[in-house]
Design a protein around this ligand. Structure first.
Ligand code: ATP
Ligand code: MG
Length: 321
């Protein structure tokens, strides 16, 4: 891993319109609301947070699936935010998103072979025989037999579908891959083999990962650093072990207190998280976590705390951190 950032994200936002029964816009869901961070070349940066906090929207905004509403994305030193479709085509293969639900991201009418060939037809000038050679190689690298090339997605297991999803993006030789919940819905033994495969592929292809997951024990095992998101914002960013040992933001502390540590011991027992997150179309004034925060004080309704360094490696967005 190097300290040089491969990706720099500055105050990225993405709002989705809320419409009433007549189709009139009545507000906006602030799925991303001023997100800034850097990803270092070769690292695995975890993104955690409750359902609906904006993790997938962030991943999709970075690779251009949802164009951001505001802010800046700099990839390998180049601002890619307002690129035309043509300019984007040069960057697209290097920046890939692996879908949260691989079954639905594969076309049910296509064989594995066709699903793997299609990105190569779109993004490369390989001849048919070179394409076939590359497809055969990637099948081997993701641990699938060549006989599976003629199967359809519904004929594959969940774990095999993930492997095809990974093969599909790795044939393009990306530099950064957004892995959206790469192990959700898999049983524990398949999860372990997918995680091992991700590690091997990271080494073989010198990949940088943005690792989105609900599963904090998987995040702890896989990630170098972790960003904690709450309601469209990053509220804490720290090296994995620092976060698990000494989270500074009350929300991170609550999230971590919900998972048992090795041996069944709780990581922290200071806080637990109650209730649902507020409506992202109407976040609270000031700090958006204050309505569920055990430390909330009057100042929290007035000040919207920015993510600021607590130590050189750890940042948090809380007036008390
Ligand atoms: N295409 C869309 N149109 C309208 N609203 C959307 C769209 N995509 C996401 N949202 C809203 O944006 C917010 C963030 O959604 P997102 O899918 O990024 O959450 P998430 O953190 O990935 O959740 P999960 O852990 O459940 O996958 C949610 O409130 C969601 O309803
Ligand atoms: Mg998601």
């Amino acid at each position: 891993m190097s300290d040089a950032p491969i990706l720099q994200v500055d105050t990225l936002s993405r709002h989705f319109p809320v419409r009433n029964m007549l189709g009139w816009k009545t507000g906006a869901v602030r799925a991303l609301d001023g997100v800034s961070f850097e990803v270092r070349s070769g690292e695995t940066l975890g993104i955690v947070g409750e359902s609906g906090c904006g993790k997938s929207t962030l991943g999709k905004a970075l690779v251009g699936i949802h164009p951001p509403g505001g802010g800046r994305i700099v990839f390998e030193g180049k601002d890619i935010t307002g690129q035309s479709a043509n300019e984007r085509r040069a960057v697209a293969p290097k920046l890939q998103y692996c879908y949260q639900d691989p079954g639905n991201s594969l076309d049910p009418r296509w064989t594995v072979r066709r699903s793997l060939a299609e990105p190569l037809v779109v993004h490369t000038a390989l001849t048919p025989s070179d394409r076939n050679a590359r497809i055969a190689k990637i099948m081997q690298q993701v641990g699938l037999p060549l006989t599976h090339l003629d199967l359809y997605p519904h004929e594959l297991s969940g774990g095999q579908q993930r492997r095809v999803g990974l093969a599909r993006i790795l044939t393009l030789h990306p530099r950064l891959v957004v892995l959206d919940e790469p192990t959700s819905g898999l049983d524990v033994s398949v999860q372990a083999s997918v995680l091992m495969l991700l590690r091997e592929l990271q080494r073989a292809f010198s990949l940088t990962y943005l690792f989105i997951s609900h599963d904090l024990s998987v995040v702890r095992m896989m990630c170098d650093r972790v960003a904690v998101m709450y309601l469209g914002r990053i509220v804490e960013l720290a090296p994995t072990e620092t976060l698990f040992a000494a989270a500074k933001h009350p929300y991170s502390q609550s999230l971590l207190s919900a998972i048992p540590d090795i041996g069944g011991r709780r990581v922290t027992d200071t806080f637990t998280l109650e209730g649902e997150p507020p409506d992202p179309a109407r976040p609270p004034s000031g700090c958006r976590f204050r309505t569920r925060c055990p430390r909330a004080a009057p100042v929290c309704a007035e000040t919207d705390p920015a993510l600021r360094p607590i130590t050189p490696a750890q940042s948090a967005a809380c007036v008390f951190a």
